[in-house]
Design a protein around this ligand. Structure first.
Ligand code: ACM
Length: 285
């Protein structure tokens, strides 16, 4: 499968211009699957919920309409992060489109920092979709710090995880190498570049978009500031080999009977030696 990432610097609020730039980058590319950054059409640093709602769209909005058209025109599946307007508020979503249709939608479940004041947390299950014979899972940016996300996608059979991002912390590109090794999957992490200075805040996005293979190989990685469409051929079936040694299968060797605390409430996740305030107790029962 020929996959690609498009790392670029969206201009805040300039949806039409950002969409035109995406079209320009994709024009003439021969790829099966391209991944764009999180919130690629709107930009990231919204001043307020009102501003976000004004720029957000539902599935019939101009951004989705345009992406549907591009998937048809260029015959490629597209994964892209979009601010999704809904009755309850706005989700930080990403869509998978192919052949002029929305194939899947994921709403970010782990909101980062100020996103908690702006977006509604995601409410859809993590799912794996067949794209041109390849099993693809979706996650968004800060989901990287929760290994459960890539794990559940791998358990559900994903061969490739598509990961639109707006990274500002330095850790993710390195962490995704581990996510790939521990699940034996491919990951396409796509960040934006540039800076945004709004709402009294300035953010610099770190670039370093990458495609990582199932043994943690960095197959391609972008620079910190360049705008680039990078295309690479990968063999998704390599992700079906879960044997890390002759005797160790990264999924089947798990011991879920020891992991029950992972799915208990937040309170119990503070650990057995803490009281209700989360303060360490000297008298654990
Ligand atoms: C992020 O989740 N946009 C850092």
């Amino acid at each position: 499968m020929r996959v690609a990432y498009l790392q670029f610097a969206p201009i805040f609020g300039a949806k039409k211009e950002n969409l035109e730039r995406v079209e320009h980058f994709l024009d003439g590319a021969k790829v099966d699957l391209v991944v764009l950054p999180e919130l690629f059409a709107t930009g990231y640093l919204f001043e307020s919920r009102t501003e976000l709602m004004d720029l957000a769209e539902d599935d019939r909005g101009e951004t989705l309409t345009s992406l549907k058209g591009l998937s048809l025109k260029f015959n490629m599946a597209i994964v892209a992060g979009v601010a999704e307007k809904a009755d309850v508020g706005c989700y930080n979503s990403c869509y998978l489109l192919d052949n002029g249709e929305i194939r899947s939608k994921y709403r970010k479940i782990h909101l980062f920092d100020r996103e908690k004041e702006l977006f509604v947390p995601g409410d859809l299950p993590l799912e794996v979709i067949d794209v041109r014979g390849v099993r693809v899972g979706l996650m968004i940016c800060f989901d990287w710090i929760f290994p459960e996300v890539t794990r559940i996608l791998a358990v559900k059979g994903a061969q490739i995880v598509c990961h639109p991002s707006n990274l500002v912390l330095p850790y993710c590109p390195r962490a995704m190498i581990t996510r790939c090794i521990e699940n034996s999957i491919f990951a396409i992490t796509v960040n934006r570049v540039g800076t945004e200075a709004r709402a009294g805040i300035e953010l610099r996005f770190i670039g370093l978009s990458q495609v990582v293979g199932p043994r943690g190989e960095i197959l391609v990685r972008a620079g910190e500031t360049e705008e680039v469409l990078r295309v690479i051929d990968i063999d998704p079936s390599l992700a079906d080999n879960k044997m890390i040694t002759e005797r160790n299968h990264v999924l089947n060797d798990r011991r879920p009977e020891f992991y029950g605390d992972l799915v208990e409430s937040t309170l119990s996740q503070r650990g057995p030696h803490t009281d209700d305030t989360g303060v360490a107790s000297s008298h654990p029962e």
